[in-house]
Each structure stands twice: as structure tokens, then as C-alpha cells.
Design a binder for this molecule. Sequence first.
Ligand code: GLN
Length: 533
Amino acid sequence: MAKFIFITGGVSSSLGKGLACAALGALLQARGLKVRLRKLDPYLNVDPGTMNPYQHGEVFVTSDGAEADLDLGHYERFTNQDATKSDSVTSGKIYSAVIAKERRGDYLGATIQVIPHITDEIKAFILNDSDSSDVILCEVGGTVGDIEALPFLEAIRQLRNELDRDSSLLIHLTLVPYLAAAGELKTKPTQHSVQALQTLGLRPDILLCRSEHEIPDDAKRKLALFCNVAFENVVRANDAKSIYEIPLTYHQEGLDDAVAKAFDIKTAPNLKPWQELITKLHNPKKKVRIGIVGKYIQLKDAYKSLDQAITHAGIAEQTDIEKIWIDGEDKDLMSKIQQVDGLIIPGGFGERGIEGKIRTIHYARQNKKPLLGICLGMQLSVIEGVRTELGIKDASSTEFGPTNTPVVARMTEWMSGEQKERRGISDDMGGTMRLGSFPCVIDKDSLAYKLYGATQINERHRHRYEVNLGYREALESKGYVFSGISPDGLLPEIIEYKPHPFFIACQFHPELVSRPFNPHPLFTGLVRACLAA
Ligand code: GLN
């Protein structure tokens, strides 16, 4: 039977609960344990798929097609293993499932209530498919005290009672602020936050205290005393220069030792791979500047995986990468893109900023500047090619309004495994895109093949529109190559422009599968092309 670690947050949001969960997962993995990480989000959306990136940051996509919280991206990157649909849930999903069961008559005439029906559904989610893991880490989104989180915390309270005594832990991530005027660290917010937990019947076993300063032993003793935890289980979480240092810093502070003691885990962690990664990260030999021309650039969380994928490529190539985030509508766009060594056009939705991105693609193609286009970036690359090379000036995507030349159009049918997926124009917006991992066949005579070293790949998708293959022949006569195609030959996946050292665009999102210990070839290729330019 798996052991369970529940991670809650107190005092303030944005303390890095997702990263804490991911880093602890990595530390337990380093002790040879099989871990699984899960996220319970209290908001009422069924998933974050319909949310604006400014509300919720990036929408992460799992290989089995779930639109999930960006913390799942951290989990995957830190543990180097794929998350699934059953690792992410929201109140919206829980309530929908319960209401659907009620409509079906599954509850045999009972009155449906938060306790037990909602809490049972939450417990079933937590316990589902847990037998093959040694430890399941469950992060509860939000902050203790949020109304929406109450059913989740109640479910955890019940579960901790039902599980064997030594098989669950509760870690509370909290903030210990430094008050400059008083010249000391303050423990009171943490005390109050733990009190709030205790009124719900939950007692933390470990306090993970985010603090910019060293926490002296007397402050730790005070926290232990007032919050009912063992002194050695008050662990400082300090700020790290890179998120990939967190497993090592938590280890130094004793977090995984506290967990190992509680669960009677005897193996010592092997942290050598992490140490080597950090040494590489901090000792770059070269430097490049990569410009990312996007739409949601004010909020870095909107491009979390992309940001990380570039970092991974930098580590792999021992190159310090300065990322320049540029708004597609920036009035200095042209001068900004001239100053970088390479460009990325990331995924995106809607019309705003697209003409700036098309101008960027045009500039990169004409001036042989390395360019990687992703999803919307590939669609715009084809539009730019059709406009410039085929002279069709109004070439566009039906996503941006009516057009006589729909180079990119809404997809209505595609294969998912053996099944044909169909979509109508008036279908729901939520969960109806082409989502998850799909195969792609790569042409041997291509840059893509040089980068991947394979003719058959799988990559993750999240899009509603698709490049129209009708323009393929005309574009290929102008130097383009459609080097990656779906196995049925119907959906273009990768395009390249041959008379260019590195002009490649893909319909999928390579950034979602890039990992620190397994960087993605499209990003390492881009960095190498920038270095060679
Ligand atoms: N908006 C485009 C589509 O839906 C691209 C999506 C994306 O970049 N993820 O197809």
C-alpha cells in the first residue's frame, strides 16, 4: 500500500507549493522510491483549459490529453515521468462527476451532500491507481482558509483517519516573514495558519517555512511548540537562484530526512545527478540571446514550460541564455528582434499580435536568423510563406476572422488512436481541442530528422486549427518542406524552410516534454544554431 503525503499552503499564495511538491518527489525518487504526484485544485472550472493564461498561467497538457495545472509540468520535469489524467482534479470536475451520478440515479434516492458524496469522490480520486507507487504526493491548491478548499481538506482529514497510522504525512508550506523594523523573523502568521488547519481537524507533521533568512533555532522551537510539530520537522525553504537547486537545498535543510524518518525509509538519497546538473547550470561556457515573440509576456507563468525548455537546452549546451520576452505588438519589435541570436514564436490563441509575429517570421526567414515556431508559430509561418512566396496577400487563419484564403482552418476530424474524433462549429470550448500525444512521421531528408534522429516520434498537442495541406506542393516548390506528417498523411506536423540554416516550426508543443535531464532536440538544436550563427 502506498504512503501519502498531503501538501497544503498557508499565509500567502505563490510560496512555491508546486515546486516544493515536485522537489520532494525528486528527493524521494533519489532514494529509490516510486513516486506519483497529484494536484487537487479547488476552483470550479472543470479544468484550466478555458482559462485565460493571465488568470492561471500556462495550461499544461499531459500525454493522455488532460488540460491541467502548470504544476503538473513541474512534477514531470522534476521526476522525469509522465503525469496522467488521473493526477489532476478540480472542484468542478468532482462536482460534475457527482452530479452526473445523481442524474443517472446511482445514489439510490439519497440526498446528495458535500459530506459524504463530494468527499468520497475526492478520496476515490486520491486513492485511484495508487498501488503501483511507494509514495503519492497530493498538493492542495490555494491557501488554507479558502472556502473552496474545505471539501478537499475534509476529505484529507477523513482519509488520514482511515489509512494506517504511519502511512500519511501532512506538510504545511508557510511563510516566515522578516520584519525589518523589528529586526526579526515573525512566526505568528504560521501559528495562525496552523490554527486554521487544526480547526479543520488537520495537524501538520512537517512545517516547510519559506523564509528569506536563516531561521534560528529559537524561532524553530517556537514554531514547533505552538504548531504542535517536532523541532526537527520545522524545515526552512530558502529562495534558490534556480528552481533546480531546490531538491538540494531542501535536502540540506532536512526535508527528505524528516519524511524518511516518518515513513521508516532506510535508503540514502543519490543526489549526484542533481549536483552535476547544478554544476553545469552554473558554469556556462557561451552565451546567446533568444527572443520570444508572444502575447502573454507580462506573466512569465503563461510560458512556464517554454521558459524551462529553453533553460534545459542552455544547460545541455553549457550556454547561458538570455531570454528576451517581446510583445508581438511592441512598437520597437523590429529593432528588438534584430538584436537577438535566435527567435521563438510560441503557441497562442486569437488575433492580437499576430501581424507582429508574421513580420518576425518574415525577418527571420529572409535574414537567416534561427527560428523555432510552435503551434500558432507554425500556422503563422505557413501564412507568411503563402503571403510572401505565393503572393496571396490575404492568406490567413479562420481563427482571426473570415478569409478567402484559409491557409489555416478549424479542424473538424482527426484520428485519435483507432478512433476518429469529430468536432462541430458550435461544440463546447472546454476539452474539445486536439489534445495530448499523437504520432508523427518524419522525412529522413530533413532538419527534423537530424535533430530527432528518428522517423517516428510522439509529441503533445493542444490546438483547434490546422494548416491546410492544399498549399503544400506550391510551398515545397519554393523551398519549404513538410518534414513531419501524421501517420494517415492528413495533418502537417513539422515544416522547414530549406534555404535557411535553422527555420523549423511544429504543430505540437515540444516544450511540454523537455526535462532538465532530457532536453528537447528542437530547443538544443535552436541553441546550437544560435551559437553557430
Ligand atoms: N490558436 C491555434 C489553434 O487553436 C494555436 C494553438 C496553440 O498555439 N496552442 O490551433
